[in-house]
Write a new protein. Sequence first.
Length: 224
Amino acid sequence: MDLNTIFFIGPQGSGKGTQAKILAQKINYFIPNSENPSDFNFAKLAEDKNRKGLYWEMGEILRQVAKENSDLGQRVKKLIDAGVLLNDEQLYEVIDSRLLQIPPHLGVIFDGVPRRVAQAQHLLDFLKGQGRTNFTTLFVNVPHDDSIKRLLLRSHKEGRADDTKEGIELRLKQYYKDTTPVLDLLRKESQFFEINGQPSIEKVTKEIDRVLEIDPGSESGMTH
């Protein structure tokens, strides 16, 4: 299967971020290190002939942009410091500025975006404008109760104050309201695979390998 642009979608607690990173490592996509700001200069990727693409985690990219001494960086920092979510237009500015640094022959795994239909349409239009035509969506799905149980367990282990049962319910409600309609668009615009996120990490990884026709025994994880 020709993999170029991959969207990981799923409710909080589905394990999509874990699976996105596993896939990125397997197919030799670059995973930026949050401790190394130079990793987020994506223009350098074109110079690395060994890398096939990039893992894009939206939250981390926003945090890195906020550290930049630029007009955009200062505006993003103010919003993050105030605990305010970027509106779509502000998010597009960040997305577009970063995507322009990535040559279209390099793949991208998106984790954390798109979350709304307007974001999905903007992202698809921009990527198509770059000449990208191969889109794949991996919808890692788990039942509502499983999301809550997993997030409460994570809260207990990591001491995350935002992962109260009430807070989790609010975030999931927002997810179902905003992100679920994105799935209808991506079903039309991409190769779409729904993955059961309930089994173990290893079993979910094997299922993703299967649907993407990835040979787990090969060193590079190249598809058939």
